[in-house]
Ligand binder design. Structure first.
Ligand code: DX5
Ligand code: ZN
Length: 215
């Protein structure tokens, strides 16, 4: 599955570009939420998510929450229509992470944990039974258009050993034709791609190309 990140789309083109990607077969979009604190950048708020769900009710909204203010933002994004919510391990203590994972379950929102490139894989162990998805960052979060960190490949295979074969194991950052192939070989099965899909010209062609590689 490809989950395009809309972060690097010209904000005034969001609707058009989402339509083109959906027409090319995309069914889920990855929406990056940056709070200017956990990461040094700002992106979208809950209104973008509710507008997205109103305009595209058949498309799935996956929220990548890069914020250490979950108490305010998790409920706000659930209310806005988030269907999958991915929370950073580094953004809160374990008790809080547990609390919000349970909250998501109770609200019928799929729950995932995100690990930064330097967070040990072993921290996942105690959360795995609660998770619908795991997201491994393959860049340091904050900006689109960065280079895939090669050491990520080994981390993907380490997570793969902890979960069932079909468990959603997602990668995010610097994904292109080449790095997607490497990530897939290591066991990833959900691929976030931003600038590769939306900043290289023909969106339709880029989606096709990536889909073909991941077939
Ligand atoms: C980075 C974000 C990513 C990013 C992906 O902090 O989480 O989702 O937008 O963009 P590319 O594919 O350009 O690395
Ligand atoms: Zn992301």
């Amino acid at each position: 599955m490809i989950a395009p990140s809309i972060l690097n789309i010209n904000n005034l083109d969001l609707k058009d570009d989402i339509k083109i990607a959906a027409k090319a077969g995309i069914t889920r979009f990855h929406i990056d939420i940056m709070d200017g604190h956990f990461v040094p950048n700002l992106s979208f708020g809950p209104q973008l998510v509710s507008d997205f769900k109103k305009e595209f009710p058949h498309l799935e909204a996956e929220i990548h929450l890069m914020s250490n203010n979950p108490d305010v933002l998790v409920p706000a994004f659930v209310k806005a229509g988030a269907q999958i919510m991915l929370l950073h391990y580094e953004a809160m203590n374990e008790a809080k992470l547990n609390y919000w994972l349970d909250y998501l379950k109770q609200n019928h929102v799929k729950a995932g944990v995100v690990l930064n490139p330097d967070t040990p894989i072993s921290v996942l162990n105690k959360f795995i039974p609660k998770l619908d998805q795991i997201l491994l960052m393959t860049v340091y979060p904050g900006f689109g258009g960065q280079k895939f960190i090669p050491e990520s490949v080994k981390r993907i295979s380490q997570v793969k050993e902890l979960v069932k074969a079909d468990f959603p194991l997602e990668v995010d950052g610097g994904i292109n034709a080449q790095t997607a192939k490497q990530a897939k070989m290591a066991g990833a099965n959900v691929f976030v791609a931003g600038s590769y899909l939306f900043c290289e010209g023909d969106i339709n062609k880029q989606v096709d190309e990536l889909a073909e590689i991941l077939k």
